[in-house]
Ligand binder design. Structure first.
Ligand SMILES: NC(=O)c1ccc[n+]([C@@H]2O[C@H](COP(=O)([O-])OP(=O)(O)OC[C@H]3O[C@@H](n4cnc5c(N)ncnc54)[C@H](OP(=O)(O)O)[C@@H]3O)[C@@H](O)[C@H]2O)c1
Length: 426
């Protein structure tokens, strides 16, 4: 029987679940993975009080990174400062690494993988994207015979839960967020989920694996679900869509673009059916078409499951060195992909105003596929302006931004104009 000695730093949601799993049900890993995983040392700044098991607990986390008896250093504290420092020390000491830290991999992945290669060790990061759903394994191993052309996915469970609640239960954004926090799905500070940063970091990790690009989060363009109102959700429903936060990555002539925005998804498309806190990822390869991965994207147990899967893989020699391959493709910030769009604007309630809006679309060479102009209600906040929704033909983000600006400059339009992408297979 193989054995693996690990040092774990961080005993929060994920670290706690890893310790619980390995302490309470070690037989499952022994039986399924053929390895005995021994928790040699735990780093917890609150000390023994934070660890309800009879383990060697130290408050100085660096002690774990420098422990000569461990085989693998497991980093579960998060953030980019201390976590990076600890991992660099552990690598320097010849230790393999397992981490769930998407922020660290998306920002400093290249540096860390280079260091790991120099020291002939490996880094497992399955838990950093899609929690318990093995999408990194699919890209590193299962799809290795294919060239990935694009992926599209729902990568943040918290925001998917909030959008699902707003859509299905007509909850307000604040109530849906509160419920997510009560269920332990959202952080006390959910900013990185809500503003799209979390999904964008995960998408940049997927891009590095799918397209052999550097781990460089700064190239991702993204927006958050804080832009989505109950009114948008109602219009989406009326038009046969749901609103999801969709991350895209695509390869075109050696250029790779990665982005993540709230997106209208036609009701008959698979991603539209992904509810609650679930994640889903569609990966398209020219040779085999689409493969789809669906499952719990966050939460202590799914994430711990991915951490332990990495440990078992390390006990079997680790992974092919895809992340160390020569970078072949170039990341570009500008998305050249064209999408149909949802535009929402408040137009002056006077004869000819809608015609002027339509001519602006025509001037920009953008077709109008559908237009909804609801009647003004007696209790409307501003009876001089009428809400109008336009579903446009396809245009790039740059073209959509220019059209949005030109619409906002019209005297017939009040306030900001909103626009979202409409999902289509790339
Ligand atoms: N939660 C999820 O569903 C999920 C899913 C996928 C990936 N992840 C990733 O997993 C990692 C851990 O997430 P989590 O949800 O378990 O976080 P968490 O509940 O906040 O736990 C973090 C742990 O790290 C410790 N810690 C943080 N900063 C520290 C510092 N400067 N010095 C010493 N200890 C420090 C905390 O100690 P105290 O208890 O003393 O504060 C706590 O034990 C993150 O990288 C996160 O992005 C989480």
């Amino acid at each position: 029987m193989k054995s693996l000695k690990i040092g774990v730093c961080g005993v929060g949601n994920v670290g706690g679940a890893v310790l619980e799993n390995l302490t309470n049900t070690p037989d499952i890993v022994v039986s399924n993975g053929g390895v005995q995983i021994e928790i040699t040392q735990v780093g917890a700044r609150k000390g023994k009080s934070a660890v309800p098991y009879d383990l060697d607990v130290v408050t100085d986390l660096m002690e774990v990174a420098k422990n000569p008896t461990i085989d693998v250093f497991v980093e579960l504290i998060g953030g980019c400062d201390l976590a990076k420092d600890l991992i660099e020390h552990a690598i320097g000491n010849g230790k393999n690494i397992v981490t769930a830290n998407k922020a660290l991999i998306a920002t400093h992945g290249d540096e860390l993988f280079k260091l790991a290669k120099e020291h002939k060790v490996q880094i497992g990061f399955e838990a950093s994207v899609a929690g318990g759903t093995p999408v990194i394994k699919a890209l590193r191993e299962g799809l290795v015979a294919n060239e990935v052309k694009w992926f599209a996915g729902i990568l943040n469970g918290t925001t998917n839960f909030i959008l699902s609640k707003m859509s299905e239960d007509k909850s307000s954004f604040d109530d849906a967020l509160k419920e997510a926090q009560e269920l332990g799905l959202a952080e006390t500070d959910p900013t990185m989920d809500i503003d799209g940063t979390d999904a964008a970091q995960k998408a940049s990790i997927l891009s590095a694996l799918a397209f052999n690009t550097p781990f460089d989060f700064s190239f991702v363009s993204y927006g958050g679900i804080d832009q989505v109102s109950p009114e948008d959700i109602a219009y989406a429903y009326q038009l046969g869509y749901s609103i999801k936060h969709i991350a895209y990555g695509s390869l075109d002539n050696g250029q790779v673009n990665v982005s993540a925005f709230p997106t209208f998804v036609p009701k008959d498309q698979l991603l539209s059916q992904v509810g609650q806190q679930m994640n889903a990822l569609e990966i398209f390869c020219e040779s085999i078409g689409s493969t789809v991965y669906y499952g719990p994207g966050a939460g202590p147990k799914p994430t711990a499951s991915a951490v332990i899967a990495d440990l078992v893989d390390l006990s079997n020699g680790g992974w092919p060195e895809s992340e160390n391959k020569k970078n072949q493709n170039t990341l570009i910030k500008e998305c050249k992909q064209q999408f149909s769009r949802y535009f929402k604007l408040d137009v002056k309630n006077e004869a000819g105003a809608i015609a002027k809006v339509s001519s602006l679309f025509a001037d920009e060479n953008v077709s109008i596929e559908a237009l909804i102009q609801n009647e003004i209600k007696d209790n409307s906040p501003n009876e001089n302006f009428v809400p109008v929704v336009i579903i446009s033909g396809v245009l790039t983000d740059t073209e959509a931004g220019r059209l949005q600006e030109n619409l906002e400059a019209m005297t017939e339009i009040a306030g900001p104009v909103k626009q979202f992408r409409i999902h289509n297979a790339l």
